[in-house]
Design a protein around this ligand. Structure first.
Ligand SMILES: [Cu+2]
Length: 404
């Protein structure tokens, strides 16, 4: 493709570069908003925990995106001006491109996952009616994951032919990521523990996210450890691992957030039965899919190819993965139909159906154009669910803040 459509490739690199500029500009906007435009009383450690996830995400977007933009400029210069940065024939080094690519692309995974993990931490206290366990640690763990994400990129390159001794520090830094991630998981379990749990669709997707993220998390260390990585590299094991981290850290929390904030955005309630049907189709199907991918990977299925040797004996596994993928697709079609129909004809929602303390739930649904008529005032901690007499926000010219 690179040789057949040189102009098209050039345009492609240029377009990614401009996407990068828009991401960086967006990050400047969000970081500025979080750091200097908070409501009175909204200290950093009183922010909704999702805002910490967004903060950490945008630190990555602001910094790492510049590296991918830079590397794409280098590719453009190589193709246009003959500067052979990555061309061995001109004294360049193709592995340099891998370094630049992964220095961005590992942190880019956290751009997906950190907001998703933030949604989990945001919703669990609401549906457990308990304070978020270890709020400050959860907040700082987002920053910890973001920073650690910059130290691990070469774990994608253990078989690339880079200097062998470099594998060791990258193995250790990669395993380090388990600590802040473990802090989050510990907090979620601690928040669920002893809570008064209810299980509407958003909570089901949060719990589904935990189960799937656990699969992704536990299948991670074997990839980070050099000795096992050399066997697992470029197999379907990696594909299964990555699907589990992306679904657990992004797709499941995405649907949790979609159902959770749907009544706030549209003013109408989604259909609970169809929401639950979506969940109960998608979750077991996803377990089959990701565990199945890991299984066929261990049996020798390589990634990025369409075909495989029948002697591997993985026909049954491949069939199960394919059926599971179609079930996931069907469940998403049900979700789209549910949300589209409910936005149009759904039951009119209450202002705060989940009894959340967060400010957006104290104003009418759908949210008025100017959000809050006057600035809100933050008077307490965000997740003191179940603590009598506690209050998080005072929203003027609106219903009194939920304090329960
Ligand atoms: Cu990585």
């Amino acid at each position: 493709l690179s040789a057949q459509a040189p102009l098209g490739m050039q345009m492609y690199f240029a377009s990614v570069f401009f996407f990068g500029i828009s991401s960086i500009t967006g990050a400047v906007n969000i970081l500025t908003t979080i750091l200097v435009m908070r409501a009175p009383g909204m200290t950093l450690f009183r922010m909704p925990i999702l805002s910490w996830g967004i903060l950490a995400t945008n630190v990555i977007t602001l910094t790492a995106t510049q590296l991918i933009a830079l590397s794409f400029i280098m590719v453009m210069f190589q193709r246009l001006l003959g500067m052979g940065f990555f061309d061995p024939a001109q004294g360049g080094n193709p592995i340099l491109f891998q370094h630049l690519f992964w220095f961005y692309s590992h942190p880019a995974v956290y751009v997906f996952v950190l907001p998703g993990l933030g949604v989990i931490s945001e919703l669990l206290p609401v549906f457990a009616r308990k304070p978020l366990f270890g709020y400050k640690w959860v907040a700082l763990s987002s920053m910890g994951i973001a920073l650690a994400g910059f130290l691990v990129w070469a774990h994608h390159m253990f078989t690339s032919g880079m200097e062998g001794f470099l594998r060791i520090p990258f193995m250790f830094s990669t395993l380090l990521v388990a600590i802040p991630t473990g802090v989050k998981f510990f907090s979620w379990v601690g928040t669920i523990w002893g809570g008064k749990l209810t299980f509407p669709t958003p909570m089901l997707f949060v719990l589904g996210a935990l189960s799937v993220f656990l699969i992704g998390g536990l299948s991670g260390p074997p990839n980070g450890i050099v000795t096992t990585n050399l066997f697992l590299h470029d197999t379907y094991w990696i594909v299964g691992h990555f699907h589990a981290t992306m679904f657990g850290g992004f797709v499941f929390p995405f649907f949790a957030g979609l159902y959770y904030w749907f009544p706030k955005v549209t003013g109408r309630m989604y259909n609970e039965r169809l929401g639950k049907l979506h969940f109960w189709l998608m979750t077991p199907a996803f377990w089959v899919q990701s565990l199945g991918q890991m299984q066929v990977g261990l049996l020798g299925m390589r990634r990025r190819i369409v075909d495989y040797d029948p002697a591997l004996g993985i026909d049954g596994g491949q069939l199960a993965i394919t059926i599971a993928a179609f079930v996931i697709g069907l469940s998403v079609v049900i979700a789209i139909a549910n949300l589209a129909w409910s936005a149009w004809r759904g039951v009119v929602a209450e202002r705060n159906p989940w009894r959340s303390r967060s400010p957006e739930w104290q104003i009418p649904s759908p949210v008025p154009e100017l959000n809050y008529p006057q600035s809100i005032r933050v008077v307490g901690d965000p997740y003191d669910y179940g603590l009598p007499g506690s209050s998080y926000v005072q929203v003027p010219a609106s219903a009194p803040a939920a304090g329960e």
